[in-house]
Ligand binder design. Structure first.
Ligand code: HEM
Length: 415
């Protein structure tokens, strides 16, 4: 397995898409085409769709799609196993974003398996550790209140545009040392990359992101600051500076991972709360339980998936998987596994603690998880203090974006 991120080579795994590219070893009875992430049925109510998979599909099935064929794992226990065994289920080449094969790079640390990926995570861990993100608490609280000030007197807001998006994106750009006035452009790139059904649009968007980030990195090399882009650009683990490809692949992945995920999560949560005032009242009545409340909302409203590639033949649930097969853990479905979370669709802030898979587990667990949890917690606390009663604007029909980060397009709220 190639792990030299300074000299990356495109993976040789086949990228299969469509019924004519189902390998012969896949048992016919396990082939499905469920339309996850893009079908009209999925987009009508994505989380209900993913919860329903437990009743409608086998725990492990082979999904055929024009976006890529892959095994799909629904069970919480299987996801834990897959995510904790990178020797069998590798991340190398598992990321769907297109790249130029002649100027290839790895997305770091996402595509680098242990033990090599530790070297990269160590560079930024101080920033994203629980202690590191706690330093941002006062700043996030102030930003939350400034945003609320800007719309509270209107008696309504478009939550996604006015709170769910600016709160985490502004914090993230500050951490990275990237300019706030590029916020809308960055967000539109993230949308095109993560929510397009077209590999062509994804490819064009990667070209734009690449050009921008290369020049931002060059700028930080010349003019260091205390942002994460600069930190990575000047990193020299063990005294050896990162190569240009390593710096770029690391910054590029952070950029992709950090922009869209928190606000998609917040949009889902606020939409749910606006429709469930009894849960809002419960939260307000029990403020000391905020951490469990956030965790339970993350369980029910997790937004993304973990893709891996088999490094060897392996039998899972009596099914023979083959080397080079792709497999995806449908994390939101795993979080609805009734064997682990009884009555899984019910939001229960007093559930016995179990591993919630919103951020995965294992070596590739989300580097931004502590930051995301803190932003969601503060976002909820400040909002509920000032806008304790709110509802979805009458007449709203909620539309979901297709793609690998699941959330509603807009969340118009009134109070
Ligand atoms: C609620 C918000 C977020 C969710 C639900 C989320 C989810 C995830 C998931 C599921 C993974 C693992 C992917 C895999 O197994 O293949 C992951 C990895 C990662 N996330 Fe997040 N993420 C969120 C926010 C963030 C933020 C804000 C950042 C950046 C500041 C970030 C940076 C990363 C990085 C760098 C990785 C790769 C870690 C590694 O491979 O070692 N994430 N995230």
């Amino acid at each position: 397995m190639a792990v030299d991120a300074a000299n990356p080579v495109p993976p040789t795994y086949p990228r299969r898409a469509g019924m004519d590219q189902v390998p012969p070893h896949i048992p016919q009875e396990l082939i499905r085409s469920v339309g996850i992430t893009f079908s009209p049925e999925f987009l009508e109510a994505p989380h209900a769709f993913m919860a329903d998979l437990h009743d409608k599909q086998p725990p492990l099935f082979y999904d055929v799609s024009m976006m890529g064929n892959s095994w799909q794992a629904l069970k919480h226990a299987d996801a834990l196993f897959i995510l904790r065994h990178p020797d069998i289920f590798t991340n190398e080449g598992a990321t769907p974003f297109p790249r130029d094969p002649d100027d290839y790079y790895y997305f770091i640390p996402q595509e680098i398996d242990p033990p090599h990926h530790r070297k990269y995570r160590n560079i930024v861990d101080p920033v994203f550790s629980p202690q590191g993100v706690l330093k941002l608490e006062a700043k996030i609280r102030k930003l939350a209140n400034d945003l609320i000030d800007s719309f509270i007197d209107n008696g309504e807001c478009e939550f996604a545009e006015e709170y769910g998006r600016p709160l985490p994106v502004m914090v993230f750009l500050d951490i990275m040392g990237l300019p706030q006035d590029m916020r809308d452009t960055f967000v539109s790139w993230a949308m095109d990359l993560l929510h397009s059904n077209s590999r062509e649009i994804m490819g064009e968007t990667m070209v734009k992101i690449t050009a921008y980030l290369k020049s931002a990195i060059a700028d930080k090399k010349a003019h260091p600051d205390d942002g994460v882009v600069s930190l990575i650009a000047h990193a020299a683990p063990g005294g050896v500076p990162l190569s240009d490809k390593e710096v770029f692949g690391f910054v590029a992945f952070l950029f992709i991972a950090g922009l869209d995920t928190v606000f998609a999560t917040m949009n889902n949560m606020w939409l749910y709360l606006a429709e469930n005032p009894d849960k809002v009242a419960e939260m307000i009545a029990d403020p000391d339980n905020i951490n469990a409340q956030v965790e339970e909302l993350l369980r029910v409203w997790s937004v993304t998936f973990s893709g891996r590639v088999l490094t060897q033949d392996f039998e899972l649930r009596g099914v023979q998987l083959k080397k080079d097969d792709r497999i995806t853990c449908i994390l939101p479905a795993c979080n609805f596994d009734p064997e682990v979370f009884p009555n899984p669709r019910e939001v229960d802030f007093h559930r016995p603690r179990q591993t919630v898979l919103a951020f995965t587990v294992g070596p590739h667990s989300c580097m931004g998880a502590h930051l995301a949890r803190l932003e969601i917690k503060i976002g909820l606390q400040e909002w509920l203090k000032r806008i304790p009663k709110f509802a979805v604007k009458p007449g709203t029909h909620t539309e979901y974006r297709p793609g690998g980060v699941v959330g509603p397009e807009a969340v118009p709220l009134v109070w």
